[in-house]
Design a protein around this ligand. Structure first.
Ligand SMILES: C[S@@+](CC[C@H](N)C(=O)[O-])C[C@H]1O[C@@H](n2cnc3c(N)ncnc32)[C@H](O)[C@@H]1O
Length: 365
């Protein structure tokens, strides 16, 4: 279930779309505003693009149920999700919290828009709308506020004959090229590990302390199948590869950019058998069975703690483990995962109890 944010409500209520317009909607937080634009019957086409699979599936499902044939949905970030010949009259962006990912979308909007087209930006004041508006104005040289409410605002800028790409170049280069990856080399569980990332992927510019701890604590079988659940850039998968050359590794993530990065990271390991797949929790591997699942589960929606996803990570791990298979996960010390593991697996043990993080294990009986 997706939450309808004040931004999406403002957009659904206030956005004016011209008849026949080509609309590109980048990073919609829910189907709400995308479908309200499509339902108006005015646009000739609406491209909805999001990097997270559950949102893409929700929009595609709702559009199909309502037979909204003008809506095309892509699992991608920014202009990668739109055919290169599309010239948009309107680009709508719901601003991602991650600054560099937001800058990339603003850069892409300027490339997607025809001269005279509009870029509409929406977001919350605690979620980066103000700095994003400053970047919008620096690119397009103009800006006006369309609506404000519920701590969110909607602004628009019009694309002139020229665009100040220079103003945004230093913010996005080199990642405005889809095939540009940041490459870092970290010591993970004592072994040098090359990690490839892009803006917006979890801990994209550093090694996460909790992930490093899990990599040190996990017990990897010599053979069999391992699942890196919510793999991000593939740090845990790469750590498994470094220790167990014969193991078959599957990495899954809902974020398509994470999956692209995990593929780069795993390719660099030279490991024999692995795959990286887009997946809503275990949806892409529901028919497979694993000997070990490793995970640093997500527990945030925006800035608040949300335990719904970690609960799904635990329940779906149990479902894809063989009898005797183990889930090993890392979490902030304060997160109450023990009770959930007991409820689903009927057992759990603390593998590591640190000052900030704990590593927990549960075995499927
Ligand atoms: C805390 S990060 C851990 C990333 C990586 N394992 C690491 O240790 O660096 C959690 C990951 O879960 C992914 N995620 C969030 N929701 C998901 C879902 N519904 N299905 C699969 N992965 C999801 C996020 O995109 C993110 O990459």
């Amino acid at each position: 279930m997706t939450v309808v944010t004040p931004s999406a409500r403002l957009l659904a209520d206030e956005l004016q779309v011209d008849t026949g317009a080509v609309v590109v909607y980048l990073h919609p937080s829910s189907p709400h505003a995308v479908l309200s634009v499509a339902r108006s019957g005015k646009p000739s086409s609406v491209w909805a693009v999001h990097r997270r699979l559950p949102i893409v599936q929700a929009i595609a499902g709702d559009a199909a149920r309502e037979s909204l044939a003008t809506v095309s949905v892509s699992h991608a970030h920014g202009r990668m999700g739109v055919p290169s010949d599309v010239q948009a009259d309107l680009v709508v962006i719901e601003v991602p919290v991650e600054k560099a990912a937001a800058h990339l979308l603003l850069h892409d909007a300027a490339l997607l828009l025809r001269t005279g087209g509009r870029c509409v930006l929406a977001g919350g004041t605690t979620e980066g709308i103000k700095p994003a508006v400053r970047v919008l104005e620096s690119i397009f040289g103009n800006m006006r506020t369309l609506a404000v409410g519920g701590g969110h605002r909607v602004v628009e800028a019009r694309r002139g004959a020229t665009v100040a790409f220079d103003s945004v170049q230093s913010l996005v280069a080199p990642y405005h090229e889809p095939e540009a990856f940041r490459e870092d080399s970290y010591l993970v569980a004592g072994l040098p590990t090359r990690v490839f990332t892009r803006p917006g992927v979890f801990s994209w510019d550093h090694l996460d302390e909790a992930s490093a701890l899990l990599a040190e604590s996990m017990t990897v079988p010599a053979d069999g199948h391992v699942l890196d659940l919510g793999c991000g850039a593939g740090v845990l998968g790469a750590a498994v590869a470094a220790r167990a050359p014969r193991v078959d590794i599957t990495l899954v993530d809902a974020d398509c950019e994470a999956v692209r990065c995990a593929r780069q990271t795993m390719t660099a390991t030279g490991h024999g058998v692995w795959r990286a797949l887009a997946s809503d929790v275990t949806s892409a591997v529901a028919d497979s069975r694993f000997d070990l699942v490793v995970s640093n589960p997500p527990f945030h929606t925006g800035k608040s703690t949300d335990l719904q996803l970690p609960r799904r990570f635990i329940a779906e791990s149990h479902a894809v483990l063989r009898a005797g298979g183990r889930l090993q996960l890392v979490a902030n010390r304060t997160l109450p995962y023990e009770a959930e593991l007991e409820r689903v697996f009927g057992n759990r043990r603390t593998v590591h109890d640190g000052a900030r993080f704990k590593v927990l294990e549960a075995i499927r009986r």
